[in-house]
Each structure stands twice: as C-alpha cells, then as structure tokens.
Design a protein around this ligand. Sequence first.
Ligand SMILES: *Cc1c(COP(=O)(O)O)cnc(C)c1O
Length: 393
Amino acid sequence: MSLTPLFNTYPDNELMPVRALGSKVWDQAGRSYIDLAGGIAVCAMGHSHPQLISCLEEQAHKFWHLSNFYTADSTLNLARELTRATFADRVFFTNSGAEAVETAIKLARRYHYSRGSVDRTHVLCFTGAFHGRTMLCLALGDKQAHREGFGPFPSDIERLPFNDIQALQQGIDSRLAAVLIEPVQGENGVVAAQPAFLEALRQACTDCGALLIFDEVQSGNGRTGELFAYMNSGIEPDILVTAKGLANGLPIGAVMAREQVAACMTPGSHGSTFGGNPLACAVALRNLELIQSSAVRRNVAARSLQIAQQFKRMNSGVFSHLNLSGLWAGYVLSDAFRGRVGELVTLCQEQGVLVLPAGDGQVLRLAPALNITEQDLAQGLQAVEAACRQWDL
Ligand SMILES: *Cc1c(COP(=O)(O)O)cnc(C)c1O
C-alpha cells in the first residue's frame, strides 16, 4: 500500500511544495529550489505573478462559470487575441492538451465529411511524438509503454519517421484527412522538425488537400522565442492546438483554425463543459500580453544564450549535446548514461533545482519561466552542474 489514497500513476517525491514565487519554490521542510521545470512548460510567467493574480481575482468576483450557452467576455477576448496574433480566424477552447488534440482530429475529419469526402479519415503522425493520454492521443503518440494494457485504440492512423522527407511520400494519398506533428517534440527531448521537412509536409498537404495540424501544446505560448513555434519557420498549419503555457497553470487548451476549416463545426457538433472557463481565459489573456511584451521576448533570447554558453563552459562528460529552442532545452545524455535521466533529476532536486526528464530517459529537459532572472537561471544551472559532477564521479 502506498502512503496516499491517490492512484499510483506518478512517482513518489518527498518534496511537498508549500509556496512558489517567480522561479523559486519552497517545500514543507523549508528548503528552497530554483524551478527550471516550470510545471512542465506551463508556468510561462513564473509563480504568483501579481498581474495574473489580480486578473484571476477580478474574474473570481464577477462569475466563475455559467456554461458555454452564454459567452463570457473573458472567453471572447482571449479568442480575439489568439486570432489577432496568429493565422487563425476561429478558436475552440478545451481543458487540456489531449482534449485539444482530440478536437483537432475531429475537426479535420468533419471538414472532409462536410465537403462530401466521407472516406477521407486517415491520419498521419510521427515517430518520437507525444500527444497526450486519451485513447486517441495514445494511438497518435509513439510510446508503446503508454499504450500497454489500454487497447483497443482508435484506428486509421499511421506513423511515419520524423524528419524523413523520403518516407513522407508513401503516406500521402487521397484518403488522407490530416497530418499531425509537433514542430518541436518536447517529450522526446526538444527535438525540432527540420524546416525543409515542414516545408515538404506543407506542400504535400496542400497538394493532396489534407489538413496540416501543429501540436503546439508545449512549443506554444512563447516557449521557442516566438508566440508559436510555427512563426520561426513561417510555415503555417491549417489547425493549431495549444495548452500548457496558455494560462500559466490554470487548465485550458485551444484549437485554432481558419474560417474555411472551422466552418464545418456547426451548432451542437462539438462541446466541452469546462472548456473556455472564464477564470482561465481571463488569466490567459493577460498572460499572452506579458509573453508578447518586448521585455519578455528579450529575456527569452538572452536566457537562451545563457544556457548555451553555460553548456559550453560546463563541458561535462554526462552530456553528448544540447537541443535548444528559445527557453526550452534538452540535454542529451552521452551513451554511458543512456536511459538513466531519472537519477540525474533526483540529484538535481537534492542540489536545489527542479528539472524534467524526457526522451525515454536520455534527455534532461529545462522549461523555465520565460521571465526567469539571469541570477535565478545561473543558480539553477550551477546546481545542475553540481549534480552532474556528483553523478560523473
Ligand atoms: C503535454 C502535451 C500534450 C497533452 O496535454 P495534456 O494537457 O496533458 O492533456 C499533448 N501534446 C503535447 C505536444 C504535449 O506536450
């Protein structure tokens, strides 16, 4: 028997947080930590941001929930901001990343159905992908361990090798409804799709009439330096899903599309009780304004450089190379340490820094707040370095 009545789905951790501010976390034992995990790329503006707290309080005193039978102004304003800032004309709000991915696949199939292509249901996805934990998302993701014992799964899904332009051609045919890809694979260790690959994908989808879906649940909301990762390459998807960093920790996800695609969703065709919750939307709007401010954008660029420079200086035998995209880093373990990142994550915590595992145990991932200070980042990276020295003995 475990010590808690919770499902045993998450590893035990003696760290029980009691308070967090900016990029610092304090636990029950009075210890403090530098947070370079950001709640898994969620807390874009750090913890207890005063402007986000006041947004939350303001909406909390108005109303919390009236259902999507009535449009809340905070929900509407967030949709306006997302469509202003991106390629999209319309938004559907969900509670999570997985629900947003599910909705995107429903949208793609319904789009073809509404145009009379009723057998156009096939979906392509990629090796190394992670899309969430619902049945459909497990079928779309590449992790066999996540699927074990949970089948059967939704079908008509095919997985192709990531970043392989040649292999792409085999998957494209007239039954293809959509291609789902993370422009940067987060759970796989911050592995970017090559621009030429995305370009080939965009062209193939356009040529055959399939919809290109970018899963920016993790790469979105300023993580890579642009508001969304697609803006780095300029290659636009037909549908974009996001979630994690959108409301700095309040549960929310979003599916965004052009009018021509979104139009197939008619009254009653889809819904979500909590999706677009007014509290989460009020916070998300202010959060997006902060993320897009020049101060935060400059900070992401400067702190990204700081990570790259510290990595060079550290010159540790623990790592083979660094994947870096904005304020999002994957330290790939060298062969001698393969698959053992869990040990390093624990050592880091003992050294006073919170970090994340990724890439099937071979990548140490950082996704700190986009407004982390130079000093906090330096302190956190020093602790990572100390943990590596301890491990490398
Ligand atoms: C986290 C994640 C998801 C799933 O999001 P949940 O909110 O946990 O359902 C989907 N796609 C990507 C790329 C993610 O990183």
